[in-house]
Design a protein. Structure first.
Length: 265
């Protein structure tokens, strides 16, 4: 009998700690499937920081490193520079990447470090009790914003794809979602592109995945998918923000003072 569906080799056969309805597991599987498709498991290293993904090393059947909160891009930079032959990816939540790790991700992207970032945006701090995150929606109730996020007091949610796409160096930036079968299929295709670009030593790649958190949102899994579609997708559009097209475009242009436009001293 032909096997049509099985566990990817890049995933271990264990039960995860994620809450019912959480889409971390979906994203884990997509990453694992892509790594298997490309035959990269034996030379892939993942980096997990603090947050819901803190135990990712239990679920991925490959080498993994543990980073301090927000510092996954720094650790990934060290691994990739020491061993350029390895495939390196970080797996980070929004509290980790867009809050304490904001400087880390911005500068890693601006340097054009050739690793892949899988950024899970569920608009809340999941592991530590449902506090307001940099990505929390306007008016969204959390444990630290019981009356809803007040944008006049704390500003608007941070759009990481748009922010990083404003930099010259990053080569591939795209936002996906995993709350419907159609979006899961698209997310898999985008993740594969990101890993292919790293495999070919092209550029920094960044994939943001809109995800649900039924437990901290106070919704059922079905209600959470509807909430994501109605509230997050309009603010966080699912689209590509930067494509890798021509490596020459990523090289810095040094002005020649002899050609004018500058003060040579």
């Amino acid at each position: 009998m032909k096997t049509l569906f099985k566990r990817p080799e890049s995933l271990t056969d264990v039960t995860t700690h994620y809450c019912p309805g959480c889409t971390h597991g979906v994203i884990h599987r997509l990453v694992a499937e892509v790594i298997d498709d490309l035959g990269l498991r034996e030379r892939t290293v993942g980096v997990a920081p603090v947050g819901c993904a803190v135990l990712a090393f239990n679920y991925f059947n490959m080498d993994f490193q543990q980073a301090a909160h927000g510092r996954a891009p720094a650790l990934a930079t060290g691994i990739k520079r020491a061993r350029p032959d390895l495939m390196v990816f970080t797996y980070q939540g929004d509290g980790d990447l867009a809050s304490i790790g904001m400087a880390e991700i911005v500068h890693a992207a601006n340097r054009g470090e050739k690793f892949t970032v899988v950024f899970v945006n569920n608009a809340i701090y999941g592991m530590t009790g449902g506090q307001m995150a940099p990505t929390t929606m306007p008016g969204q109730v959390t444990t630290t914003s019981p009356r809803g996020r007040d944008v006049t007091d704390v500003g608007y949610p941070v759009r990481m794809c748009e922010l990083l796409a404003s930099l010259r160096t990053p080569g591939f930036i795209e936002r996906v979602a995993v709350h419907t079968p159609q979006q899961v299929v698209r997310a898999r295709r985008v993740l594969k592109t990101a890993f292919e670009l790293q495999r070919d030593n092209k550029c920094f790649t960044f994939v943001e995945c809109l995800s649900t958190c039924p437990t901290n949102w106070g919704l059922t899994p079905f209600e959470a998918t509807k909430w994501l579609e109605e509230h997050m997708v309009p603010y966080y559009p699912i689209q590509n923000f930067k494509k890798y097209e021509d490596e020459e475009n990523l090289k810095p242009q040094t002005p020649n003072p002899k050609e004018g436009g500058g003060n040579a001293g």
